[in-house]
Design a protein around this ligand. Structure first.
Ligand code: ZN
Length: 435
């Protein structure tokens, strides 16, 4: 599908070979004032009063309003009132209590344990029992497990056994549903995510090294609310092109994150994706200046509900605000807060000629340490576009902080090594594409 698109892109230009020779002008982005502003943007979006930009306490709405305000201040044009494109989201949320006690000792949410995205609510205390792992090899043990009542009990199992149990007949996984609560022991790190449905019992993920093997009783208090038809939104603005305003280049970044997990814990999402949102806002500020008005129109798409399954970008491609074939290229920015080891370009192996151009620009100007190409991946908002034949790259940074979908993804942990380099790379890339 993407290969079909490339020739038409080629025919609208003088050819990629020639483009490679035309990349000499360097953009004047990134004085220290811009970096200060970018860091302030990331800090603001990752702050506690944005509630992790999720669906508890209107976190995503606060972030959307912040971006909308910044678009207006920069002077971007809007397709819709307040730049907003609304769409419905059904999502499981954790707005209230979130506690786990083992033999009376409280564990720390976010640090020792997290909730499974599908967790239901519950308020219970019960004896702890471990899953008998003989069920995977021994039929008698399997029958014993299925005939044993799990009611009122908190069942503990290792993550790999939780996965393995799906290889057994359905009756086994269904039997787990009888337990009062499930505690899954996770080996390395806790990685949170979101779900559009809820199971009837509380489900928690506990770091294996925090599991006291002698634990006898667990107390679980979880408030979980499945919210249907939450009104989420994309924030979309643009700068009209000087020469060909009906040809579009797009910068996209999702601004939503995982929100709150209980009253006292939230996921800051500084790298994911306050960083890409800040980069999008810096590019918006740049192009909105009269002296930088682009030849083609440039659209800035701040997507909502990416973490819920690319919902904002999927909605856009079904309800596009400009005809998709008019989009010459889309660059999606997600996880752009590091960069000591350079950047990776998803679709770089699919769109070889645009990738060669990007790499050539970088070799000439040394904007980032290195650029690696990879193939297709349905891992961010570029994907629904590539899937529709819109040429799209997804850029993310490599090296540095390993925090991801956890409470440690904080603004102060980000070195922003490749941040201004990516801004300049995108500006020069767009500049060359619109010649
Ligand atoms: Zn994410």
């Amino acid at each position: 599908m993407l290969h079909r698109v490339l020739p038409s892109l080629l025919s609208s230009h003088s050819g990629w070979g020639l483009l490679l020779l035309l990349t000499t002008t360097a953009p004047r982005y990134a004085c220290s004032q811009d970096m200060g502003r970018a860091r302030a943007t990331i800090t603001a979006l990752a702050a506690p009063d944005m509630h992790g930009r999720g669906y508890v306490k209107k976190g995503e709405q606060r972030a959307a309003e912040y971006i909308s305000r910044r678009f207006r201040q920069a002077g971007l044009r809007a397709f819709t009132p307040k730049y907003a494109q609304f769409f419905p989201v059904t999502i499981n949320t954790f707005p209230g209590r979130c506690s786990l006690l083992l033999d009376g000792k409280a564990l720390e949410p976010g640090v020792d344990f997290i909730l499974d995205p599908t967790s239901g609510p519950g308020d219970l205390t019960g004896p702890v029992i471990a899953l008998d792992t003989l069920i995977f090899d021994d039929e008698t043990a399997g029958q014993r497990f299925l005939s044993q009542s799990l009611q009122g009990q908190v069942l503990v199992l290792r993550q790999r056994d939780a996965e393995r149990i799906r290889t057994l007949p359905d009756a086994f996984a269904r039997h787990l549903d009888q337990a009062a609560a499930l505690l899954t022991l996770v080996p390395d790190k806790l990685t949170a995510s979101l779900s559009d449905h809820q199971v009837p019992q509380p489900r928690l993920q506990l770091l294996a090294r925090r599991w006291p093997t002698q634990a006898k009783r667990a107390a679980v208090r979880i408030d979980a609310v499945l919210v249907a038809n939450y009104r989420a939104r994309n924030i979309i603005g643009y700068v009209p092109g000087r020469i060909q305003p009906d040809s579009f280049l797009v910068v996209s970044a999702h601004y939503d994150h995982l929100g709150r997990m209980g009253k006292n814990t939230y996921f800051p999402g500084a790298n994911d994706n306050a960083s890409g949102t800040a980069l999008l806002l810096e590019l918006a500020e740049y192009y909105a200046k009269p002296q930088h008005q682009p030849a083609y129109s440039v659209i800035f798409m701040a997507f909502g509900a990416e973490e819920a399954g690319l919902l904002g970008s999927r909605y856009f491609i079904r309800h596009p605000l400009v005809a998709l074939p008019r989009i010459r290229f889309l660059v999606n920015l997600d996880l752009t807060g590091t960069g000591q080891e350079g950047i990776t370009v998803v679709n770089g192996r699919v769109l070889e000629k645009p990738f060669k151009l990007l790499d050539q620009i970088n070799k000439e100007h040394r904007y980032v340490a290195s650029i690696a190409a990879r193939g297709q991946a349905a891992n961010s908002d570029h994907y629904p576009f590539s899937n529709q034949g819109v040429p799209a790259f997804f850029l993310y940074t490599r090296g540095g902080s390993k925090a991801y979908h956890d409470v440690n993804d904080q603004a102060q942990a980000l070195p922003l090594t490749a941040f201004s380099g990516i801004a300049q790379l995108v500006i020069t890339f767009f500049d060359t594409l619109s010649r």
